[in-house]
Design a protein around this ligand. Structure first.
Ligand code: FMN
Length: 159
């Protein structure tokens, strides 16, 4: 059994990054967790095979955009295509939003966090990436989160 089938449901977010030339990208993540209240830190686990990983090495900043249930289509586009081949913002029809403190843009969703990478280390087949939250955008306090189990399975659980 895969670990993603053992520990679930997990919230889904789009991790936004930018290349050193300034080309933005986003990838869907569900291996994510809060780490600290004050200062605020979050962790995500990113495979080195992702194009986003290359961006994170070049520009040590990311946006974490927490999705709601109605944004499943967005999670699929950003979680199946690669920024190597496509402009996912264009494919998904979403307009990148300019961040205040970081170079990667944000995505319209209930909560976006602007983060600076403070730690990045290999653990097995992924890298743990820890971000210090520099700015927060809470557009909705009450929302139904999009949840993920594994692969293309997004469980519907009443929260
Ligand atoms: C719901 C969902 C959750 C995902 N979670 C992660 C994750 O936490 N870490 C990861 O490395 N890949 C994760 N992926 C896979 C990447 O989003 C996917 O490989 C993406 O196409 C990478 O894009 P990029 O090459 O533009 O970086 C997830 C995919 C989906 C659909």
């Amino acid at each position: 059994m895969r670990i993603s089938e053992e520990i679930w449901p997990r919230p889904v977010a789009i991790l936004t990054t930018v290349s050193k030339e300034g080309r933005p990208n986003g990838m869907t993540v569900s291996f994510l967790m809060p780490i600290s209240f004050e200062p605020k830190y979050v962790a995500v686990s990113v495979s080195p095979r992702r194009y986003s990983f290359q961006n994170l090495n070049e520009v040590k900043e990311f946006g974490l955009n927490v999705l709601e249930k109605s944004q499943k289509k967005l999670a699929e586009v950003f979680g199946t295509l690669s920024g190597r081949d496509e402009d996912k913002f264009e494919v998904a029809g979403v307009k990148p939003i300019k961040s205040e403190a970081i170079r990667p843009p944000l995505i319209e969703c209930p909560i976006s966090l602007e983060c600076e990478v403070v730690f990045m280390e290999e653990f097995g087949d992924h890298y743990v990436v820890i971000g210090k939250v520099l700015r927060e955008h809470v557009r909705k306090k009450e929302f139904e989160p999009l949840l993920h189990k594994s692969g293309d399975f997004f469980p519907e659980i009443k929260v």
